[in-house]
Design a protein around this ligand. Structure first.
Ligand SMILES: Cc1cc2nc3c(=O)[nH]c(=O)nc-3n(C[C@H](O)[C@H](O)[C@H](O)COP(=O)(O)OP(=O)(O)OC[C@H]3O[C@@H](n4cnc5c(N)ncnc54)[C@H](O)[C@@H]3O)c2cc1C
Length: 543
């Protein structure tokens, strides 16, 4: 068999052309980094759909690579989540946001279509080279880089790159093994039957409905999501021995669907049965390899925390890899990828596991508690907070990150209850707001300029902020006076900006620090710290 050794190149190799690998490649290319994407499959196979529900901050990341608006426009917007017990509505949630996002809280669109749209962006990006039928069978590292060996139909191919982003998905056991990773966790007993059906269900078209114990699935639940093209995702909790083929043959599947759609005509677009798991790798960075998406963590989909968090992984990885490769930050910055994203994954696992414990109780006592909570929630509004059909995805807050400078009064006191806006404290994703685009008559959005480098928004003199930031980095820095870009006052309101403050924002839009606008040393230290310069970390943080 032939072996082709390619010359070393200053690129990042991305393993996996799933949506996380696709997004990672696009984000790296946006920073000017060449990328080679390797996937074992012979090509894109758009069968079925897993993820449907994409969160607004993820749409915003996709917009940074030219795909967010299209995904949002093609998807179904929903702003309400209704929860029922038997035939009674318990509550209806809407989603609060501090600031004014350009995107709705959630849109539903099939993962297949999202992948197609991302493929179109990749095809229009000369810095990305996608290679299908390249199965990664070897990963070796030394002080200078990574050697990746692939099996292809034409023989073996060996690539060399300074860094690798591993996005090999939940089935990427081989990649996890090559990296020596554990993927510990738990699996949940019940199975879930998922059908995407096409039908005209009228008023159901713009809201998510979650039914506990409906008479058509007693003791279990059913989740219904609207999707584009009059398609609905119906997700039934079913016993572990559920047999989809037998249900199709016997007509039981048709009867099940008819219980929801009545005698309207319908068509099954896709169906599958899943068992859900909660697993997390023991490290998300192994030397020069950063591990992202389902390759690093898998969760039950209630709350839509799978792909949404995978996109946030690669956003975190992409700016850090780019800054190191461009010489704007030292390689120590990469250690913080593991710190920040494993904390995010652990939170997602805790949240989704607690949902699964409510949905699939593991003991008679837990079943009894579930029944008692649901009964009480019919009349007692306080019990409704205990009804857990999934806490919907939200960005992780890097409040405890070594890159974040704590503030004496803007302090994290825990996530606010569902439906309430989070406070602006160092570590959060900055709220979006309309701004006057600097140097142009156009009105734009804060998030559009937040991802171009280090951004300082100040209530004082931007020249002071710029000098303080550029004193410690050669990375792109932009310092702007809030008053100059915020004629409507909506930005200051969204940031809850007080006189004398300056906001230091990371290249992924997270707030790194709020310091006094005229304290140049504090500004310099905050910028150095967000770039992972160990000298800027307090002595209790690991270098
Ligand atoms: C029923 C269901 C519903 C879901 N709903 C939602 C939702 O509403 N919202 C949400 O955010 N998430 C949802 N998810 C989760 C979402 O589908 C996943 O998080 C997402 O697919 C992860 O993408 P990925 O790119 O990490 O992995 P994948 O999509 O699995 O892609 C991995 C890629 O790596 C390639 N690969 C693997 N091994 C190798 C190798 N050795 N060499 C080369 N290539 C390799 C594979 O061929 C594949 O193309 C849902 C999941 C399920 C099952």
């Amino acid at each position: 068999m032939s072996v082709v050794r390619e010359p070393a190149a200053e690129r990042v190799v991305v393993i996996g052309a799933g949506p996380v690998g696709q997004t990672g490649a696009l984000l790296l290319a946006r920073w000017g980094i060449p990328v080679t994407v390797l996937d074992a499959r012979p090509g894109r196979d758009l069968i079925g759909s897993k993820s449907i529900c994409q969160q607004r901050d993820v749409l915003d990341v996709w917009e940074a690579v030219g795909a967010g608006r299209q995904i949002a426009d093609e998807g179904v917007t929903w702003e309400r989540a209704r929860t029922y017990y038997r035939d009674k509505e318990l509550f209806c949630l809407t989603f609060a946001e501090r600031g004014r996002s350009a995107f709705p809280p959630f849109v539903n669109i099939s993962q297949s279509r999202t992948e197609e749209i991302l493929d179109e962006r990749i095809a229009a990006t000369p810095l990305i080279d996608v290679r299908w039928a390249h199965e990664v069978v070897g990963i070796a590292q030394d002080d200078d880089g990574v050697t990746v060996t692939c099996r292809t139909p034409d023989g073996e191919r060996v690539l060399r790159a300074p860094y690798v982003l591993a996005c090999a998905g939940s089935k990427g056991d081989a990649v996890r093994q090559m990296l020596g990773l554990n993927f510990e966790g738990r699996s949940f007993d019940d199975h879930f039957l998922i059908c995407d059906i096409r039908a005209d269900l009228g008023a159901w078209a713009n809201e998510r409905r979650f039914y506990f114990d409906p008479e058509w699935n007693p003791g279990r639940q059913v989740l219904i999501h609207p999707c584009p093209d009059s398609t609905y995702r119906i997700d039934w909790q079913v016993p572990g021995d559920f047999d989809l083929e037998e249900q199709r043959r016997s007509g039981a599947l048709d009867r099940r669907i008819r219980q929801i759609v009545g005698d309207r005509p319908y068509e099954v677009v896709w169906s599958s049965v899943y068992r859900f798991h909660a697993r997390l790798v023991d490290r998300m960075r192994v030397g020069r390899v950063l591990v992202a998406g389902d390759c690093a963590h898998i969760v039950a989909p209630f709350g839509a925390r799978g792909l949404n968090s995978g996109v946030q992984d690669v956003e975190n990885a992409a700016w850090k890899l780019a800054f190191v490769l461009r010489g704007w930050a030292s390689p120590e910055l990469l250690a913080t990828y593991d710190v920040e994203r494993r904390a995010a994954a652990a939170e997602n696992i805790a949240v989704t596991s607690s949902t699964m414990d409510f949905l699939v109780p593991q003991s008679e006592a837990a079943w009894q508690r579930r029944r008692e909570v649901l009964e009480r929630a019919l009349t007692d509004p306080r019990a409704r907070a205990e009804v857990d059909s999934g806490r919907l995805a939200e960005p992780f807050w890097y409040v405890d990150s070594p890159l974040t400078t704590p503030h004496p009064t803007r302090v994290f006191t825990g996530r606010p209850p569902r439906g309430q806006t989070p406070p602006v404290v160092p570590g959060v994703l900055v709220p979006d707001a309309p701004i006057n685009v600097p140097g142009s008559p156009d009105v734009g959005r804060l998030r559009e300029i937040a991802r171009d480098g280090v951004l300082v928004l100040t209530t004082g003199d931007p020249a002071v902020a710029e000098a303080a930031a550029t004193a410690v980095t050669r990375a792109p820095v932009r310092a702007l006076a809030i008053a100059d870009i915020d004629p409507s006052g909506l930005l200051a309101e969204a940031l809850d900006a007080r006189p004398g403050e300056a906001f230091v924002i990371r290249p992924d839009g997270h707030l790194a620090a709020v310091v006094a606008h005229d304290d140049a040393p504090a500004l310099s230290t905050a910028v150095a710290r967000l770039l992972g310069q160990p000298a800027a970390w307090p002595s209790d943080q690991p270098a």
